[in-house]
Ligand binder design. Structure first.
Ligand code: COI
Length: 354
C-alpha cells in the first residue's frame, strides 16, 4: 500500500513577495513548492512536497528521447465569500490522466494519490492563489519516463510531479486561426485524445508557419480530407450558428476537454441546443456567407473561453462578427468565472472545497 501521507519539506526562502499578482504572464512564475512521487519496483513510492527547483536527470532519461510523457492542466480559485480554496473538477483530470497514461504504456496513478498530492500542494502554497477576476492558480500534474536507458521500450520507472503557477489569461486577445490543410496533429489510432507531450511537439512547427502567415493558432483538421475540424492547439472549439452551438464530436483524435464538457453542460442548462458532430470547414464558411455564423470560440483550462476573430483556410479568409459582451461566449465566460470563485452557485457540483 502506498503511504498517502505526503512528507513536506518547506522552503526557507519564499518568493511570494517578488510576485506582482496584478499582472501575471501565463506559465512563467512558479509557486514555492512542488509535489514529487516516483514509481519504481512496480509501485508508487513515498510522495514529497519540496521547494520548487531544478532536479538532476540522467542524459539518458528515457522521456527525453522517446517522449513517454503526459500532463494535465487544472485550476483553483478562492471562494470570494469564505476564502476557501475551490478546485475545478480535479477528479475528472485525474481520470483523464490515467487514460493518457494507459495509451502511452505508463503506469496509472491511483486517483487518491493524485488528489492527495494536489490538495497537499495547494494547501502548502495557498497564498499563491490570485484573487483578481479571471486569474487562478494553474496546476500542472505531469509524469515522465525516468529509466536512464536509450533502448526503445516502456520505462520501468517514472516520476509524477505537480507544479503550480499563478496565472492570468492565456490569450490576451481574440485569436485568428488558420485551418490546417497540410499538417496533422492526430490520426485515428494515434494519441490525439491523450494529453501526451508529443502531441504538442508535433504542433509547434505548423503553428510557427501559421504565425508567419498572420494567424495565432492552427485549427486542426482530420488527416484524411483536411476538411473536418478537430481542435485548436490548446483548446477545443465551438461555433454558434443560428443560435445553436456546434462542437466536433469526440472520436479518438480530439482531446476530451473538461472545459468542453463543462461548456456543453452549461449551454444545455441554458436551453441552448448543443450538437456534437463532424463539422466540415465548408459548413462554417457557408454559414458565414449566409449570415448565420454568429461566433466561434475555443474552450480549455488555460485558455478558459477565447473568442475567434478570423478563420483562414487555403486562400479564403473570413472575419467573424464583432466580439461584444452580448455574445453567448461572453455569458459563458462570466458564468464559468463566477462558478469557479463561488459567486454563482455550483449547480453542477464541479468544485472541491479544500
Ligand atoms: C490546458 O488548458 O490546461 C492545457 O493543458 C493546454 C496547454 C497546452 C496550455
Amino acid at each position: 500500500m502506498t503511504n498517502l501521507k505526503t512528507i513536506v519539506n518547506p522552503t526557507t526562502q519564499s518568493r511570494l513577495k517578488e510576485v506582482d499578482f496584478e499582472s501575471l504572464p501565463f506559465g512563467k512564475i512558479f509557486s514555492d513548492h512542488m509535489f514529487v512521487i516516483d514509481y519504481a519496483d512496480g509501485k508508487w513510492q513515498q510522495g514529497y512536497i519540496m521547494p520548487y527547483g531544478d532536479m538532476p536527470l540522467s542524459p539518458a532519461t528515457s522521456a527525453l528521447h522517446y517522449g513517454q510523457a503526459i500532463f494535465e492542466g487544472m485550476k483553483c480559485n478562492r471562494d470570494i465569500k469564505s476564502g476557501d480554496v475551490l478546485v475545478f473538477r480535479p477528479e475528472q483530470n485525474a481520470l483523464r490522466f490515467n487514460i493518457s497514461a494507459a495509451r502511452m504504456g505508463m503506469p496509472s496513478i491511483p486517483v487518491d494519490i493524485y488528489l492527495q498530492g494536489l490538495y497537499d500542494l495547494i494547501s502548502t502554497d495557498r497564498d499563491w492563489i490570485p484573487t483578481r477576476e479571471g486569474y487562478a492558480l494553474y496546476m500542472r500534474p505531469f509524469m515522465f519516463a525516468t529509466d536512464p536507458m536509450i533502448g526503445v521500450r516502456p520505462s520501468d520507472t517514472y516520476r509524477f510531479m505537480i507544479i503550480t503557477c499563478p496565472v492570468g489569461p492565456y490569450y490576451a486577445q481574440p485569436l485568428k486561426v488558420l485551418v490546417a490543410d497540410k499538417y496533422v496533429r492526430a490520426f485515428p489510432g494515434g494519441t490525439g485524445s491523450s494529453k501526451a507531450a508529443g502531441n504538442y511537439a508535433a504542433s509547434m512547427y505548423p503553428t510557427v508557419l501559421a504565425k508567419k502567415a498572420g494567424y495565432d493558432q492552427v485549427l486542426w483538421t482530420d488527416g484524411m480530407t483536411h476538411e473536418y475540424l478537430e481542435e485548436i492547439g490548446t483548446m477545443n472549439v465551438f461555433f454558434v450558428i443560428n443560435n445553436k452551438a456546434y462542437t466536433p464530436s469526440l472520436d479518438g483524435t480530439i482531446l476530451n476537454g473538461i472545459t468542453r464538457d463543462s461548456i456543453i453542460q452549461l449551454l444545455r442548462h441554458k436551453g441552448v441546443e448543443v450538437i456534437e458532430k463532424h463539422i466540415n470547414i465548408h459548413e462554417i464558411f457557408e454559414a458565414h456567407q449566409n449570415g448565420t455564423l454568429q461566433e466561434a470560440f475555443g474552450a480549455g483550462t488555460a485558455a478558459t473561453i477565447t473568442n475567434i476573430s478570423a478563420i483562414g483556410y487555403k486562400d479564403q479568409h473570413i472575419e467573424l462578427p464583432p466580439i461584444t459582451n452580448k455574445l453567448l461566449s461572453a455569458e459563458l465566460k462570466a458564468n464559468m468565472n463566477a462558478i469557479k470563485c463561488g459567486a454563482e452557485s455550483d449547480i453542477f457540483n464541479w468544485l472541491v472545497r479544500i
